[in-house]
Design a protein around this ligand. Structure first.
Ligand code: HEM
Ligand code: HEM
Length: 238
């Protein structure tokens, strides 16, 4: 059980509620790299000149999703899918409690947030795979727009995710964004994870930055890119 009832939170009425370590360092690093890469992929999406930047962020997101899926199987308890992917009925019950103004507190992800995370990870994988298929021109004509459609669906779920973070923070009087930075949330000592595993987070960060550096080094000279853009424009004129 990971809900706190009012009686328990009233044990220390005068003091700040106790916080414990819930999110390990790999979860936090993967999250912020995902958020950064999403912004990067989105901002570079329309530019021919920034195409390598776009696909670099896209592949980074694909790699992070694979890493997060593995971590969801073997990682610390709150990071595991078994701890936060609950029956849809549990998600509905949580949303009802939220609407009634007495939202159940969860030290990990709440059951509605859990489904948003599944949607985010699934849509990232689909968007990246369709982007790659567009890149190698493997899609039949009727699927031309599929990458863009998936990217737009992902943007919708990201907006829902951000709204959920704001609503959840207000409903529980707990800054969830700060918790995703520090790893600490309100909870019982028995719910705390024992190890933050910063070395694994460091390894993930080094792998991602090394990939970015390799991509940067493989980038064509700017003159070659503008020549390609010119050539593409010539083709358009034909
Ligand atoms: C500045 C923008 C963002 C903020 C402030 C933010 C904040 C958060 C917070 C506070 C959580 C934890 C929610 C909880 O306590 O249950 C979370 C989880 C998550 N967010 Fe975001 N988020 C942002 C952008 C994104 C983007 C762009 C994506 C993906 C495209 C994303 C994907 C996820 C995922 C997959 C999780 C689950 C974390 C895990 O268990 O690994 N977030 N986010
Ligand atoms: C998962 C993260 C990704 C996001 C959020 C994303 C998003 C987008 C968006 C919004 C566009 C603009 C569509 C338009 O208005 O024309 C676009 C275009 C494109 N992206 Fe991505 N993308 C991602 C990953 C990738 C990857 C991994 C590749 C290739 C390996 C890729 C290849 C392309 C190509 C070739 C285009 C131009 C063709 C088109 O318009 O469909 N993208 N992407």
């Amino acid at each position: 059980m990971n809900t706190l009832n009012p009686a328990e939170s009233a044990v220390h009425p005068a003091s700040e509620p106790a916080t414990v370590l819930i999110w390990d360092a790999p979860v936090r690093v993967m999250h912020w790299l995902l958020a950064l890469s999403f912004a990067g992929a989105w901002l570079s999406a329309e530019s021919e000149r920034l195409h390598l930047v776009h696909i670099t962020f896209g592949y980074t997101m694909a790699g992070l999703v694979v890493a997060r899926l593995l971590w969801g199987l073997v990682g610390s308890a709150p990071a595991r899918f078994t701890s936060f992917v609950r029956r849809p009925a549990a998600a509905l019950a949580y949303l009802r409690s939220l609407l009634a103004g007495r939202a159940e507190h969860h030290s990990g992800h709440n059951p509605a947030g859990g489904w948003a995370i599944v949607a985010l990870l699934g849509l990232i994988a689909a968007t990246a795979a369709l982007g790659w298929a567009t890149e190698i021109e493997a899609l039949p004509g009727w699927l031309d727009e599929a990458h863009e459609v998936a990217a737009n669906a992902l943007m919708v779920v990201v907006v829902v995710h951000l709204a959920g973070v704001v609503v959840g923070s207000l409903a529980h009087g707990e800054n969830l964004v700060r918790a995703m930075v520090t790893g600490r949330k309100r909870g019982r000592a028995s719910e705390a994870i024992q190890r933050a595993r910063p070395w694994l987070a460091g390894l993930i960060l080094i792998s991602v930055v090394s990939f970015w550096v390799l991509q940067w080094q493989s980038a064509p000279e700017p003159s070659a890119v503008s020549a390609r853009a010119l050539h593409d424009n010539d083709d358009d004129d034909d």
